[in-house]
Write a new protein. Structure first.
Length: 479
């Protein structure tokens, strides 16, 4: 299989400034056929190595690519028979692991295979049999920051939870637990599961996020360390606002749950400000003073995002990423997005999304960044403008990919959702300064890039899948 090596020149122009020419190096693989039932994932088992995992209905295939995106070899993986179902694939140093479910004699089992970078099986372990309910509903997974601990969990009924943490270094489960998280029962608000590098599980649940019970509004944090004892419980009272959107992560360097989100007034459809939360937790015990601060948006900030004077808030805003700062603070990346369903002929709201008469429009617009220090002070904010519109594609070619380095964040995205399109990037530095650049143009390249499925190979390389007419191409960009 041959690859296409493309040197794309970008003209950077400015008023009364000379033209400057910059080369952008892009490698494009030859197409791989996708079946209607295919699922794919990009793996990076070692530096400079790229594997494409293709999960078909009855088989799993690995395709390897070299540094110039030539196909170098292919291999079929042998999982257990009876239609094994992959739950999670994890790239690790020197190889990768596959967690999957298979059935035998009406019983469901959870199993892990470990492979080296050449996709040779090096280890295998069958875990505890699963209850039928777990198999039918499906499992959720969360990977630790160091990629060595995998939390596998299932929310059952009435707040009951089954959970396990698997240690890839030791190739065995650290613990398995089944119990009840009372505030999960009937919970209509936010909830989330996290795991740290030690293999401790954190369950976050929100209660009373409504105006009538605002004084009782709180975030519960339950910690399970594998000790066999009941999960430890900490809470953060949040009586000053109604949360609109929130997201958290565990900061392994500073041993704290950090994050935040957006808050609202009476309308849950618009955000009027942002908030920051930091809960110090080490070895499952609160270790320090928690921080909770909130900051209303000023009118100018709202106007710049909504392009409307006297707007009362920012609608359709969601927290997409929480990036840990080196000092223990965070950068919240929020994006505006929504879908609108309408009748093709009458352009009126639809009551059924399954009728061929109806169309769904997808909008992914501005990203705004909010940087909080560990004391909860908002140090800077910035608005990264973009406008993305598509129809009947579930928005899979919209939004952005976040590439991270120690010095900056880089957001890459399609300028427009169409076959011939310009790919752009925002460089966001630690002091909040942003610069937008054009990376390359897809004209005559027959590409339709899915940035949300991209893989960062190194500080200067990313690989982006392109899907068009049941064909998959992989595009490597050297930044």
């Amino acid at each position: 299989m041959h690859s296409i090596k493309t040197f794309i020149s970008i003209l950077l122009t400015g008023l009364l400034l000379p033209l400057m020419l910059k080369a952008q190096e892009v490698y494009i693989s030859e197409p791989v056929s996708l079946r209607s039932t295919s699922r794919y994932e990009l793996l990076n088992p070692r530096k400079g190595s790229l594997l494409l995992l293709l999960e078909h209905l009855t088989e799993v295939e690995i395709i390897a690519f070299d540094e110039e995106m030539h196909q170098s070899w292919t291999k079929n993986l042998e999982l257990d028979r009876r239609r094994p179902q992959i739950v999670r694939t994890v790239s690790q140093k020197g190889g990768f692991s596959i967690l999957y479910i298979y059935r035998k004699n009406s019983q469901a089992y959870l199993k892990i295979h470990r492979y080296n970078a050449a996709a040779n099986l090096t280890d295998s372990l069958t875990l505890s049999p699963l209850e039928t309910a777990l198999y039918e509903v499906g499992l959720q997974t969360v990977l630790s920051e160091d990629r060595q601990k995998l939390l596998i969990y299932q929310q059952k009924f009435q707040g009951k939870v089954w959970a396990m943490v698997f240690d890839f270094r030791q190739m065995k489960p650290l613990w398995e637990w089944e119990g009840e998280i009372e505030s999960l029962s009937g919970n209509r608000f936010f909830s989330d599961f996290l795991v740290d590098n030690e293999g401790y599980m954190y369950v976050l649940t929100e209660e009373n996020n409504r105006k009538s019970k605002l004084q009782e509004h709180r975030l519960n944090i339950y910690t399970y360390t594998g000790s066999g004892e009941k999960p430890a419980h900490a809470l953060m009272l949040m009586p000053d606002f109604i949360t609109h959107e929130q997201r958290y992560r565990y900061d392994n360097l500073h041993h704290a749950i950090v994050g935040g989100g957006l808050f609202t007034d009476e309308s849950l459809n618009r955000a009027v400000g942002s908030f920051f939360l930091r809960m110090p937790l080490e070895n499952g015990v609160q270790n320090g003073i928690p921080v909770l601060t909130y900051r209303p948006f000023d009118e100018l900030f709202i106007t710049k995002i909504t392009n409307r004077d006297r707007a009362k808030g920012i609608g359709h805003a969601f927290v997409q990423d929480v990036v840990s700062r080196q000092d223990g603070g965070v950068i919240l990346l929020c994006e505006r997005s929504h879908a609108f369903e309408h009748n093709r002929a009458l352009a009126s709201p639809a009551s059924s999304r399954f009728s061929n008469r109806f169309a769904v429009d997808y909008y992914f617009d501005e990203v705004f960044a909010l940087s909080y220090n560990p004391n909860g002070e908002l140090e800077w904010d910035n608005i990264l403008h973009k406008k993305q519109y598509s129809q009947n594609d579930e928005g899979i070619f919209s939004s952005y990919f976040l590439a991270t380095t120690t010095a900056r964040l880089r957001l890459l995205f399609n300028d427009e959702i169409r076959y011939e399109n310009t790919v752009s990037s925002y460089n966001l530095t630690g002091d909040g300064k942003a610069q937008r650049t054009t990376l390359f143009n897809t004209q005559h390249l027959s590409l339709q890039l899915r940035f949300t499925e991209a893989l960062q190979m190194s500080a200067k390389e990313i690989v982006i899948p392109s899907e068009k007419r049941n064909e998959l191409k992989l595009v490597k960009v050297e930044l």
